[in-house]
Design a protein around this ligand. Structure first.
Ligand code: SAH
Length: 214
């Protein structure tokens, strides 16, 4: 029987370092956050395997590599304020909170948001703030953000998210014409009206549902 620590070491070595995740802060955060606490008890044994896992309400928690890859793509520094759209289990928010100063996370499904809040409180993550609502509108109260990450697939980049990105900020978002297959984009806000977009890789996320989504 492999211990949780042993499984976590394999995840770090094979699925992250072995696939070119290099940012030491990301590796440290992925080592620190107990992924098994974010899934149902019967899935805990699979928590460190390299694939997504079901949470509740037909939603999924991304595979560890994708969480690490997206987090690295955000180029975070310790003073950053981060907005996450799609709280889900709260796992990615927990990882982000170990690297950035504060995390604001929005979830449209009340039940998931509540469960994530309880879990994050229990684990003692105090720099994560949750909100129930349509994340395609962002969370204007705390804007601008240094980084924004969307963990659901969008038909296009929602306008509000561009607007809530600070100058120099990075937005990482899966965008695609099919609601289950997307291209991961990184949008940088160079100046007030100047945005640069890079294509990172192909990904598969559940749909971003909302006023400026699907
Ligand atoms: N980051 C999560 C996984 C997210 S799965 C984790 O680490 O567990 C995608 C989540 O996005 C789902 O929970 C889904 O309900 C949510 N979602 C979809 N559309 C949304 C929207 N418009 N606003 C906020 N959340 C949304």
């Amino acid at each position: 029987m492999k211990t949780v620590n042993h499984r976590r070491d394999i995840m770090i070595r094979e699925h992250l370092l072995g696939r070119d995740i290099r940012d030491p802060a990301v590796i440290r955060a992925m080592r620190e956050v107990p992924r098994e606490a974010f899934v149902a008890d019967e899935l805990a044994a699979f928590a460190y395997d390299d694939h997504p896992l079901d949470i509740a309400e037909g939603q999924t928690i991304s595979q560890p590599y994708i969480v690490a890859y997206m987090t690295e793509a955000l180029e975070l520094s310790p003073t950053d304020r981060v907005l996450e759209i799609g709280t889900g289990s709260g796992y990615a928010a927990a990882v982000l909170s170990r690297i950035a100063a504060s995390v604001y996370t929005v979830e449209r499904l009340e039940g998931l948001a509540r469960a994530a809040r309880q879990r994050l409180e229990m684990l003692g993550y105090t720099n994560i703030h949750g909100h129930v609502g349509d994340g395609t509108c962002g969370w204007p109260d705390h804007a601008p953000y240094d980084a924004i990450v969307v963990t659901a697939g969008a038909p296009h980049v929602p306008k509000a998210l561009r607007e809530q990105l600070g100058i120099g900020g990075r937005l990482v978002i899966p965008v695609g014409a099919s609601s289950y297959l997307q291209l991961l984009l990184r949008v940088r806000r160079i100046a007030e009206q100047d945005f640069r977009t890079e294509e990172l890789c192909g990904v598969r996320f559940v749909p971003l549902i909302g006023a400026d989504g699907w």
